[in-house]
Write a protein that binds this ligand. Structure first.
Ligand code: NDP
Length: 287
């Protein structure tokens, strides 16, 4: 058996064109969604992400505001920039690119963003809303994973889901989303005993670890759906957390790296910006 490849790149392109159509419809009402991205410092990977976020934002017809600040920017300076963006009616979404330089207090910065404009979904208010089943801004990467899972599996109700990783950015919100869809969810992490045994229970396995090719074929329940969130730069190029070849021989479906979850993350950022724009204008959430 060879797993079906879940084509995140194609799914993301379709999602972006749906978003572009909704943005065009909003233009008829005189509304242009705006996304502000703040980059502090010169981290090369962050620069690449910010550039491609700006490009895709403009491609769907939204306004893109890019703010590049020097690495030595002070906490107060960054906070006052966020206050300006909070108050700016042209800005519907605010994203502060992580990681921030070490002297800045990341959680204080993220908490300064208005929850309604928090399109990354990292504000404690949005994390709390998601955990309590209320309307929230949902972090982009897990939201993208959920869309791929729903598209591939239909209902997730009653399925055994294992998420490897418990970060606030990926693992925890992923688990919340799976729970919201009535999967039976386990969260594994670096202290989990017998990880392979835990993974073999999974109908849905989401790997968000940051260790190249860690998940092996003999960890997989035959026919399982495997979502590989990992992005690891190695001498062989970009690889995921899942050993693609051995897992592909056992799983029912698998996301590739690159071309799986990665493209979904930016598409979901645009989807969240559209949602934020609809909500502030009293319109229903986009489909
Ligand atoms: P973190 O480093 O914040 O979290 C990694 C998690 O993996 C932790 O919970 C950690 O456990 C767990 N872990 C580490 N080693 C092991 C192990 N040997 N066995 C089991 N669990 C382990 O990473 P992120 O959540 O931010 O990102 C995870 C991966 O996803 C990275 O490769 C990142 O590049 C990628 N990523 C991809 C995105 C995309 O758009 N595709 C977006 C965001 C991230 P513990 O808590 O115990 O330390």
């Amino acid at each position: 058996m060879t797993a079906q490849i879940i084509d995140g790149k194609a799914f993301a392109a379709t999602l972006r064109s749906r978003i572009a159509a909704e943005v065009a419809a909003l233009a008829g009402r005189g509304i242009t969604p705006g996304l502000a991205v703040v980059l502090v410092g010169e981290d090369p990977a962050s620069q690449v992400y910010v550039r491609s976020k700006g490009k895709m934002t403009r491609e769907v017809g939204m306004a893109s505001f890019e703010h590049r600040l020097p690495a030595e920017t002070l906490q107060d300076e960054l906070l006052s920039m966020i206050e300006q963006l909070n108050a700016d009616p042209a800005v519907n979404g605010i994203l502060v690119q992580l990681p921030l330089p070490g002297h800045l207090d990341e959680s204080a910065i993220l908490s300064a963003i208005l929850p309604e404009k928090d399109v990354d979904g990292f504000h404690i208010m949005n994390a709390g809303r998601l955990a309590t089943g209320q309307k929230a801004m949902v972090p982009c990467t897990p939201l993208g994973c959920l869309m791929l899972l729903r598209d591939h599996l239909g209902s997730l109700s009653g399925l055994n889901a294992v998420v490897i990783g418990r970060s606030n950015i990926v693992g925890k919100p992923m688990a919340q989303l799976l729970l919201r869809d009535s999967a039976t969810v386990s969260i594994a992490h670096s202290r989990t005993k017998d990880l392979a045994v835990v993974c073999r229970q999974a109908d849905i396995l989401v790997a968000a670890v940051g260790r190249p090719n860690m998940v092996m074929g003999d960890w997989i329940k035959p026919g399982a759906t495997v979502i590989d969130v990992g992005i690891n730069r190695t001498e062989e190029g970009l690889v995921g957390d899942v050993d693609f070849d051995s897992v592909r021989a056992v799983a029912g479906a698998i996301t590739p790296v690159p071309g799986g979850v990665g493209p979904m993350t930016i598409a979901c950022l645009l989807a969240n910006t559209l949602t934020a724009t609809a909500r502030v204008n009293g319109l229903p959430d986009p489909e």
